[in-house]
Design a protein around this ligand. Structure first.
Ligand SMILES: Cc1cc2nc3c(=O)[nH]c(=O)nc-3n(C[C@H](O)[C@H](O)[C@H](O)COP(=O)(O)OP(=O)(O)OC[C@H]3O[C@@H](n4cnc5c(N)ncnc54)[C@H](O)[C@@H]3O)c2cc1C
Length: 405
């Protein structure tokens, strides 16, 4: 038997992008279904959960969902720097709590959440436009008819692939991480570890989650490196090199693994009756491969624009285009600049990384944060370049500036 439903808006994927789209669309008074293939929201964690307190406040995420960070440590094979701030500006999220809070917000506004619902295909009208999705829910065949569909399925981009609009990401990051209990934890300080032994194309990290829990992980860029991040992570934890040694005794609690696109903003994100948001749209900052804040922010934009379009009775690509315009205006130039810095970082030898850390040492906390967040406004970049007369620092900023033109 096939179960059939009719909704105004169907969202595939109950991650931060999907829940945020659902929240905003439901708030705008339309009938919304949020479909998630796992048994619960955030059953598997596929992210390290670093984000920024300014965004957390803007989204209204509760204080008990994150651990604040105010010191930013970097180490390369023969160099080390800690940038100390007076107030915390970064945070490590309790990912499950946050993602469930986002979904709960949507539910409270009226979204129907379907768990254990795995979408495999699309339904098209005679013009070839999407008018629904199909799959299985609790082992039964299920069909959702819909005026607009949002592909918030993350890296897999299930809906857009089934429509034939996209193919697999060619450039992406693979990350493996253990959440562990550790003997000695500095809750306010994160570590980014760079150089060949940590990751040949990427970085390793220690992110404190609160109390004596940290996430230790390794991210590797594909296709640049063939290293398996899970194996490299085990090697680093066994050999306890660099800042991992300072943690003392480590007891693993949970393993996390995930993929994140790193192809820049290459995808078109609106079609007739269809929007792509979050990782399916490639909305990630390539410098540290973070996308949660974009998933939430542009999920909300997608929810508002899709629901307005549905109410107006016009849901073609032109009607949905303001969504693409909105996010491109906000982040396109910044992401392009960040991509250029990332290209430079991926090619660095150990010795060059040692030197790069000398450049980072020159930065004030807010300058460092603007940089790592890819907040490359032209005015702030010019200010930075004039404030730092050292040639190497200027070179880095010129790299960013030239791409912004
Ligand atoms: C190792 C790693 C570390 C990261 N660290 C950070 C970080 O520190 N900070 C940061 O901001 N970002 C980080 N990211 C990126 C961040 O996780 C993503 O940008 C973010 O999760 C994107 O949200 P999303 O909702 O688009 O996708 P996702 O979070 O991937 O959510 C997609 C959802 O769709 C569901 N789904 C998929 N296919 C189907 C289907 N066919 N049917 C039904 N449901 C489906 C999935 O189960 C999932 O729940 C990291 C990524 C990785 C891989």
């Amino acid at each position: 038997m096939t179960i059939e439903y009719q909704y105004d808006l169907v969202i595939v994927g109950g991650g931060p992008a999907g829940s945020s789209t659902a929240y905003e669309a439901s708030k705008n008074g339309i009938k919304v279904a949020l479909l998630e293939r796992e048994e619960t929201i955030a059953q598997s964690v596929r992210t390290s959960g670093v984000t920024w307190i300014q965004n957390i406040k803007e989204f209204g995420i509760p204080d008990d969902c994150y651990n604040p960070i105010k010191n930013y440590s970097f180490c390369s094979p023969n160099n080390e720097v800690t940038i100390r701030d007076t107030i915390p500006q970064a945070a490590v999220l309790d990912v499950r709590k946050t993602y469930r809070w986002l979904a709960e917000q949507a539910k409270n506004e009226g979204t129907d959440i379907f768990l254990k619902t795995n979408i495999k295909d699309v339904i098209k009208n005679k013009e070839g436009d999407i008018v629904g999705v199909s799959g299985t829910s609790n082992q039964e065949d299920i069909i959702f008819h819909s005026k607009v569909v949002v592909d918030a399925s993350g890296f897999s981009s299930t809906v857009s692939k089934a429509m034939g609009f996209v193919t697999q990401w060619e450039r992406f990051g693979v990350g493996a991480e253990y959440e562990v209990e550790a003997e000695n934890v500095d809750q306010e300080t994160w570590w980014l570890m760079v150089g060949q032994k940590y990751s040949p194309a990427g970085y390793a990290w220690i992110f404190p989650v609160g109390k004596n829990i940290v996430r230790i992980g390794v991210g590797v860029g594909k296709p640049e490196s063939s290293v398996d991040p899970t194996e490299r992570l085990k090697e680093l934890m066994d050999s306890k090199i660099g800042p991992i040694s300072k943690l003392g005794k480590i007891t693993p609690i949970e393993f996390h693994y995930g993929l994140i696109p790193n192809d820049g903003l290459s995808r078109k994100t609106v079609y007739n009756n269809l929007i792509l948001v979050g990782d399916s749209a490639g909305q990630a900052n390539p410098l540290v491969l973070e996308g949660i804040r974009y998933a939430i922010k542009f999920g909300r934009v997608a929810g508002k624009i899709a629901s307005d379009a549905i109410k107006s009775g016009k849901t073609d690509e032109i009607a949905l285009y303001p969504y693409e315009e909105n996010w491109r205006k906000d982040i396109q130039a910044k992401i392009k600049s960040a991509g250029k810095v990332q290209d430079r970082w991926i090619g660095l030898s150990d010795e060059e990384w040692d030197n790069e850390l000398d450049i980072i040492k020159e930065l004030k906390p807010e300058e460092f944060l603007d940089f790592i967040k890819a907040d490359f406004g032209l005015a702030s970049m010019i200010k930075l370049a004039t404030r730092h007369p050292k040639l190497a620092v200027r070179q880095l900023f010129n790299l960013v500036k030239s791409k912004n033109k």
